[in-house]
Structures are given as structure tokens and as C-alpha cells.
Design a protein around this ligand. Structure first.
Ligand code: NAD
Length: 366
């Protein structure tokens, strides 16, 4: 009996992505695996059941009862784990931080769970790196949302009714999402600057044709990530940034420190110093926000400045986000299968570091 790789219809509010696309179903079949989907699993992403030539379909309970590997985009309700057979594998963004109940349920049902956000950011892991693929979608969408919500045009326009100056856009945090946001702002014709505390981002920002905003604070951490700023560094950053913010029409903030709440970079006083009509799109809203006025999922107006805290941006471009995500999942599942059987190699750091639970044991240190 071939290994059954399965996916359910995602149930998180507003979620439209799917973990297995028709293209990946075909590739899984090509590897000798069986693909089983809940009916309509891909519909919201733009993949009706008929587009999956290589998959079988069942209701949710039927899928769970037969799944050897359950692939998901976001963690399903804990009750779903009870429907899986002991020893089955769960692969996806399982969001284990602050989710002790979920990790306990996976352990109790003796499931082998892999949380793809925990993959090390190594060259070999790049093809499975869901943080990168989905952050790229988020950065792109954040800038489109900004362009749509801003009362100004992004590009310079020369018309019979006069010349419109281009918008000035600042992107705070030049990681994967920030760089994609910068690239998108440039394509829309805005005068774009990027800022980050990791010095190596200067070259990356400049290579996109944007200007690097140097505030004189450097905080490179380990593994290519930023570290948390000290109180003095934070004060210095805020002082320097406050002066610059006055000139920007749009700020898109994407700053994050892994495993920590988002750094608070934009204070209420700094927002009060911005131009009326200015706009902040806070992509870090999900982890608390980079602006202290951000309310996740809401629009806040403060002294004429609008602050948006959009959530789950990748779900808003579900077709391409799913295509990228499903490729990441396929590449990871491929790693778990040897000679047609599921044999995770726990000596492989990609397998070991992403493993949350295995054989009734919790491996996630938190
Ligand atoms: P992230 O989402 O953790 O953070 C976003 C950005 O915010 C980062 O660039 C970070 O430096 C910045 N930041 C944090 N605190 C800040 C502050 N106080 N002020 C301003 N900026 C702040 O980062 P990410 O996008 O996931 O990636 C970060 C790094 O990982 C990059 O170096 C990237 O190239 C690297 N990476 C490597 C791989 C790989 O090799 N497989 C894959 C993806 C990313």
C-alpha cells in the first residue's frame, strides 16, 4: 500500500491557501505516493477538485483515517489530531510557540509532527523554507495594500493638471518580506528607502534601487537574524527615526526577531510627528506590531495618520502563495520517504530541528 499524503480544507478564519496543489499532487504521485484530499480543499485557492488529475477525494474524517502524512498550511483544530492514526506524520506551519495545548495533543496522539517554521535557514533548507516563501507574498501584498490605502499616488505623474511628486516610502526591516515590499514600491514608482539593523542589508536594499536609511544602530544576531536591541540602542534608533519619519508618506514595517514579540519601533509620539495623510502598514501586527498604536486586523486613525495591521497577508494571494507553499511541503515530504516508506532520518538536522513530537515524546523545547 503506497504512503497516503493528505490535506484538508483549511479552516482558520480567512484562510484560502491549500497545502497540496494539482502540480504537487502530480509530483507526489510521480514518487509513488497516493494523494488524498478533502473535497473542495483547493477551491478557495483557485484549484477546484477537477483540477487535481492525480488525487483522490473523501470527507474530512475519511481523509484523516487514511492519511499517513497530513500536510497543512496553518494548524488545524486540536480535535483533528484525534482523527489521525497513531504514528502518522503532520507537516505544516504548526505555530508551536505559546501553543502548549497543541503540542500536548500531538504528543498524546503519538503523532510525528514537523513544524516547517523551525527549519534552520541553511542553503539546503531553502527549498522547504515556508517562512521565506510566504514572507515574500506578505511583503508584496503589504505594499499593494499601502498603495491602495494611501491618499497619494506612488509614481511621479506629469499631466496637464500639473505634476504630482512621487510618494516617499520607507520600509522598516529588510528581511525577505521587507525586500519584496521595497521591490514592489519601486515597481510602483515610489521614492523608496529601506532600513534594518543588520548592516548586510544595505547592499540588498541598494541593489533594488532603493536608498538605505542609516540610523547608526547595528544589531546583527546569530543565524543571519537580528538580535533584540538594548534599551540604549532602542532609544538611539527611535530618536534618529523620529526625525526622518516626518518626510515619509508611507511606512511599511516588517521588523521581527525570531521567537520574540515584534520590536516596538514606532511610538505614538513618532506617529504624531508624521504628516497628516501619512500611512503605516504594520506587517508585524500578527506578533504584536512594530508600532505601539497598531491593533491587529484593524484600521486605527491617530492625528490624521492611518495605521493598518493586516493579518495573514499570504492568504490574500492564495493561488501563488499555495503554489510556493506546496513546493516547500513537497520538498520536505520527499526528505521523509525512503524506498517507498516513511523513514524520517533524525540525524538530518532539517528533520531533527523541525520535529515537535515523535512516538509520544515532545521534542520541542519551546
Ligand atoms: P525576520 O522576519 O525575522 O525579520 C525581518 C527583518 O527585521 C530582518 O531583516 C531583521 O534584521 C529586521 N529587524 C529586526 N529587529 C529590527 C529592528 N529593531 N529595527 C529594524 N529592523 C529590525 O527575518 P527574515 O526575513 O525571516 O530573514 C532574516 C535573515 O534570514 C536574512 O538574513 C535572510 O537573508 C536570512 N534567510 C536565510 C535563508 C536561507 O539561507 N535559507 C532563508 C531565509 C532568510
Amino acid at each position: 500500500m503506497p504512503i497516503t499524503v493528505a490535506a484538508l480544507r483549511e479552516t482558520a478564519a480567512g484562510e484560502r491557501r491549500v497545502a497540496i496543489t494539482p502540480e504537487m499532487a502530480k509530483k507526489l504521485r510521480g514518487k509513488g505516493l497516493r494523494v488524498l484530499l478533502e473535497r473542495d480543499a483547493g477551491r478557495a485557492a483557485g484549484f477546484p477538485d477537477a483540477s487535481y488529475a492525480e488525487a483522490e477525494f473523501a470527507d474530512a474524517a475519511g481523509v484523516l483515517a487514511q492519511a499517513d502524512v497530513l500536510a497543512c498550511v496553518l494548524p488545524p483544530a486540536d480535535a483533528v489530531f484525534a482523527g489521525l492514526r497513531e504514528g502518522s506524520v503532520v507537516v505544516g506551519q504548526l505555530r508551536p510557540y505559546g501553543a502548549a495545548g497543541r503540542v500536548a495533543a500531538l504528543t498524546a496522539h503519538k503523532l510525528t509532527a514537523f513544524s516547517l517554521e523551525l527549519l534552520p535557514r541553511t542553503t539546503r533548507a531553502q527549498a522547504m523554507d515556508v517562512l521565506s516563501s510566504q514572507a515574500a507574498v506578505a511583503g508584496y501584498r503589504a505594499m499593494l495594500i499601502a498603495a491602495e490605502a494611501s491618499p497619494k499616488f506612488f509614481p511621479m505623474l506629469t499631466t496637464a493638471a500639473g505634476t504630482i511628486r512621487p510618494s516617499k516610502v520607507l520600509v522598516i526591516g529588510a528581511g525577505v518580506a521587507g525586500l519584496q515590499a521595497i521591490a514592489t514600491a519601486r515597481r510602483l514608482g515610489a521614492q523608496t528607502e529601506g532600513y534594518d539593523v543588520r548592516p548586510e542589508t544595505r547592499e540588498q536594499v541598494e541593489s533594488l534601487g532603493a536608498k538605505f536609511l542609516d540610523l547608526g544602530v547595528s544589531a546583527a544576531g546569530s543565524g543571519g537574524y537580528a538580535r533584540e536591541l538594548s534599551a540604549e540602542e532602542r532609544a538611539a534608533q527611535q530618536q534618529a527615526l523620529a526625525d526622518h519619519l516626518k518626510s515619509f508618506d508611507v511606512v511599511v514595517s516588517t521588523a521581527a526577531v525570531p521567537g520574540r514579540p515584534a520590536p516596538k519601533i514606532l511610538t505614538a509620539a513618532m506617529v504624531e510627528g508624521m504628516k497628516p495623510g501619512a500611512l503605516i502598514v504594520d506587517l508585524a501586527a500578527e506578533s504584536g506590531g512594530n508600532c505601539e498604536l497598531t491593533r491587529p486586523g484593524e484600521r486605527v486613525e491617530h492625528g490624521g495618520v492611518v495605521i493598518l495591521g493586516p493579518l495573514n497577508l499570504p492568504a490574500g494571494a492564495p493561488l501563488h502563495a499555495s503554489e510556493m507553499y506546496a513546493r516547500n511541503v513537497f520538498n520536505f515530504v520527499e526528505l521523509l520517504v525512503r524506498d517507498g516508506a516513511l523513514k524520517p532520518d533524525f540525524d538530518d538536522e532539517l528533520v531533527a530541528k523541525s520535529c515537535l513530537t515523535h512516538a509520544g515524546e515532545t521534542r520541542f523545547a519551546g
